[in-house]
Design a protein around this ligand. Structure first.
Ligand code: ZN
Ligand code: ZN
Length: 410
């Protein structure tokens, strides 16, 4: 077997065994673009080997989505097939595992009317809310992984000859996900344990507040009384471990909805709905974004934070050491799944109910009462760098250093 095929097989294997942790007799639902077919076939084989009962694939194609955005009558952008949303929910109730494969052209939607994009994003979010609740609250095992497209590869490796770009991106993905290692399954077990030890440390400390300092950033983030740090994987309703994102280098929790104050500046471009937002800053008062500025994509940023009431607030604070493999690769992926794992980041929009004690059993109102934000959207943006320091403040006011020059000091 050639090196590429071997790595592809190992990538599929960690997706099935670590990401989804497929159990005997379980169904697998995969949402995948047609350009990812070769990888989907490997995942399907690996899933049946692991004991899956059935693998169902929902294919999509971003060119078709773009044609619809350009040409379909506006009222159809507000429609979503009820049978599809119902089918997703039925499979989730049956305890399926869910794999979402992302392979996109970061510039796909450049030039498309942002109003029409916003309608489609909102429609999808509204109709898939029930299903998303089951994934976000870890009812079922789910995982997001990425595969290259030639447009994406060209964006990441613009100086390479065209015919080498896609292979270079595959290699970067294999490296960042540890798929290229000799025994990626045990490497992942060790990595997850490392992340969990950070999570345990932070959960023991029950810090009251974090203070982020870097050029262009001076931000305090209060944490809810019942906040929980999460990382290195999750457990589904049956107590089975799974890893929702591969790669993953983060430990995260939710900020207190009304407890964020100061200014934060982005350190990497953010791709949102096919558009780039870059070199932006947000100003917070009592949790709310009261001012923003972007050198690139200001209009797109405006639409993002205007999605609904909750998109004016934060739903995630995540810590990632600057020494992570993705950060060290020095590659800008133009893809949140990778770039968020290179850097400390925050998310605009909804918080994960798993980040609040008993949060998965609470209604949206109860979550809000505990300081957890809800919104139709959840978009990560990168704020970390090797110049970032973070202090943690305890209940009694004691200040402890967490990060210096972008890395853990605990
Ligand atoms: Zn994150
Ligand atoms: Zn996030």
């Amino acid at each position: 077997m050639d090196k590429f095929s071997l790595n592809l097989e190992k990538y599929a294997e960690i997706t099935v065994k670590i990401g989804l942790n497929i159990q005997e007799g379980q169904r697998l639902l995969i949402a995948a673009p047609i350009v990812s077919a070769a990888f989907v076939r490997e995942v399907t084989k690996s899933a049946y080997r692991a004991g899956a009962k059935d693998v169902h694939i929902e294919w999509n194609d971003e060119q078709i989505s773009k044609i619809k955005l350009e040409q379909a009558p506006e009222e159809s952008l507000k429609e979503f097939p009820a049978w599809k949303a119902k089918g997703y929910e039925e499979m989730a109730k049956d305890g399926c595992a869910y794999l979402s494969i992302v392979a996109s052209n970061p510039d796909l939607l450049a030039g498309i009317d942002p109003d029409r994009i916003a309608i489609v994003n909102k429609t999808n979010a509204q109709h898939l809310m029930g299903f998303r609740k089951m994934t976000q609250s870890s009812q079922i095992s789910w995982c997001v992984v990425s595969t290259p497209t030639k447009e994406w590869a060209a964006k990441v490796f613009p100086t390479l000859p065209t015919e080498e770009q896609e292979a270079a991106l595959w290699e970067a993905i294999f490296n960042c996900t540890r798929a290229s290692l000799e025994d990626p399954v045990s490497a992942w077990e060790e990595h997850s344990n490392n992340l969990r030890s950070k999570v345990d440390f932070l959960n023991d400390k029950k810090y009251k507040q974090l203070h982020f300092r870097a050029p262009g950033t001076d931000l305090t983030i209060e944490l809810p009384n019942k906040h929980i740090w999460v990382g290195g994987g999750a457990k589904n309703a049956n107590g089975v471990n799974f890893v929702p994102n591969m790669p993953t280098e983060e430990v995260f929790t939710t900020p207190k909805r009304d407890g964020v104050n100061g200014v934060v500046s982005s350190t990497k471009p953010l791709i949102y709905g096919g558009n780039i937002i870059d070199q932006f800053s947000l100003t917070f008062e009592n949790g709310k974004i009261v001012n923003f500025h972007a050198e690139v994509g200001g209009e797109t940023l405006h639409r993002l934070i205007d999605t609904d009431e909750g998109s004016r607030y934060l739903g995630e604070v995540a810590l990632v050491p600057h020494s992570s493999p993705i950060s060290q690769s020095n590659i800008l992926f133009y893809n949140t799944l990778f770039d968020e794992n290179a850097s400390n980041h925050l998310a605009i929009g909804s918080a994960y109910p798993i980040c609040i004690e008993n949060g998965t059993k609470m209604s949206n109102e109860e979550l809000k009462e505990e300081g957890s934000n809800s919104s139709l959207t959840h978009v990560d943006f990168m704020v970390g760098s090797n110049e970032m320091d973070i202090d943690a403040v305890k209940e009694d006011g004691t200040v402890e250093p967490l990060f210096r020059n972008g890395d853990w000091v605990i």
